[in-house]
Design a protein around this ligand. Sequence first.
Ligand code: R2B
Ligand code: URA
Length: 344
Amino acid sequence: MSPFLRLSATTNKRELENPAESGSPVKKAKVGSDGLVALNNRHLVAKQEEAAARGEVFVDHLYHLGLDSSMPLQEQFGKTRFVVMGGSPVRALDVAQLVYQFMGVAAPQPIEPFGKTERYSMYNCQLGEVNVLSISHGMGQPSLSICLHEMAKLMHYAKARNVAFIRVGTSGGVGVAPGTCVVAKSAVSGLLEPFYSLDILGKTHQFPANFDSQLADDILACAGDDIAAVAGITCGTDCFYEGQGRLDGMVADYSRDDKLAFLQKAHEAGVTNFEMESTCLAAQTSRWGISAALVCTTLLNRLDGDQVTSTPEQLKQFSLNAQTLVLRYIKKQLIAEGLLPADA
Ligand code: R2B
Ligand code: URA
């Protein structure tokens, strides 16, 4: 038996406690009163100190972003206040264009991505006193997780202050009309448990998946009469098809009644929508002391079916609803903080 298999077989048990408090190597970040993103990774700190003792500088490579800590990150990203995240590179560019439009700042022509675009596409919207980043994170928690680690380290090295991460995404609604924006207060897994589960050194750890409640309320308050928006609980699954109880994947070894019973159970537990990144986003950002929100438009009501059949124009409008809601909030906040002129 390979060492890996032996490790899995003997240690594959779930750690129900928060490892931040259990003496495991996972440490909870301290939120600095200065608003900076603290790097509480003793291994990286030790590498920095060892290099400094040799008169050198340790360079941390943010491999998937195509950036590293020897670059002038503070100059480029130090004024970042919001990081807007979405699944697709096309939507990241759409959001970047909307950021300039909403904030009344002329966009560069063309708007170019920053860093490498092999995995993620990042746009650094420079608005004078402040920057707003728009980045795509791909589909699913593993892809989002890599993006979050490197983006949080980027914000640390850039010395950005009071940065908030807001994911603007798509989802399948549960009992809400298509086109509704769901602002998540918390997230649950595909088991309907309020945790993000992560296997670390052969053990499963669970981290509470709560969002910044005040940020969620402040975003919701920007909906006005023209955008349907509700507070909710978002279910983040690891599969679009069977994980969300669909009957239209390559396989589905359960009945229609089983599917409806699951959707009903989720609905009764307060679940408003399904997507594929929410528990990771909520848990990782709160572990690291970063304020975060999740705003998803709903493409369909899963109580009515599985297939996304709206026209491209309708889908575009549904996405625009969520993007508009978030950008209204960002604009209001930047004006309130004196980072944008009141007449922007
Ligand atoms: C929403 O949409 C994607 C699947 O179509 C996934 O990334 C998500 O969370
Ligand atoms: N994204 C999902 O993950 N599920 C849906 O039903 C729609 C979008």
